[in-house]
Design a protein around this ligand. Sequence first.
Ligand code: ASP
Length: 326
Amino acid sequence: MKPSATTSRREFLKLSALSATVLSVNSVSAFPLTKTNKPIVVSTWRNPDANAAAWKVVAANGRALDAVEQGARVPEANPKDTSVGYGGLPDRDGCVTLDACIMDEKSNCGAVAFVQGYKHPISIARAVMEKTPHVMLVGKGAEQFAASQGFKKENLLTRESEKAWKEWLKKSEYKPYHNPGQHDTIGILALDANGKLCGACTTSGMAFKMHGRVGDSPIIGAGLYVDGEVGAATATGVGEEMIRIAGSNSIVELMRQGLTPQAACEEAIKRLIRKRGEEKAKELSVAFLALSVNGEVGAYSTNDVFEYTLTTPDQMHSVIRSESYF
Ligand code: ASP
């Protein structure tokens, strides 16, 4: 069955009734599997520089964990990327607050949320994973931990982002839509030459959110999930929606039952749309990206704006348009 925005509900229900084995045979992948494709790096949106940094690691036989961290650090340091790290658009009080998480093939994970003044939350998240008995630190506690680990405190609000915030203040209207020009959260997944699968996700969250709001991106199971025996998934878009359906974890569980990454991403989006209703869901930009442990990729979004960046030995940082429901 071809993944398409025109797949009818009846076709979908019919499909759901089939066994998992039949599903995996019939589902068409955006990136068909002929053999195990590795190494491989995929990231949300147009992120060739991030993929290049990750690729440098896996192409040299390095660890997928280092690859995803290095990849995520690229948009975190880029002031022109207004949804991640330095230069991220602030909340409605003018504060840049960052969220990130990282997960390895054994489901070790670390996360930070509501962190201010540190450009590389992904590296702080990795330090939480490797150097503390905890999975997640937030706010002041995360900042104290970052300082104790030698991370440098700096101002992350660029003049451009401050200007955008002051402009926003004139009307102070918060619409949790996705502005296609301003993307976005980076979720990055890598399978290294040794078959180890890891993922990272980092964001400044929804622009002009309430102070203290945390989205899906640092939440293990919502913005990112990795099971080294099955696959990995990550998300971008209106985070509240991903949290509601434990999106990334759901996709990995669907893959465990035999769905391809493509079919699993489609089912997660359709699940979300069934809960929200089509009218409401049309306003919500949500996208998922998944990678199986065999190196098969899937992607699907609510509306027609999502693209992802794929790097394999044969495709250097190709930007691919995702299929969408609407
Ligand atoms: N998922 C992010 C959040 O809700 C935002 C985004 O991807 O643009 O914080």
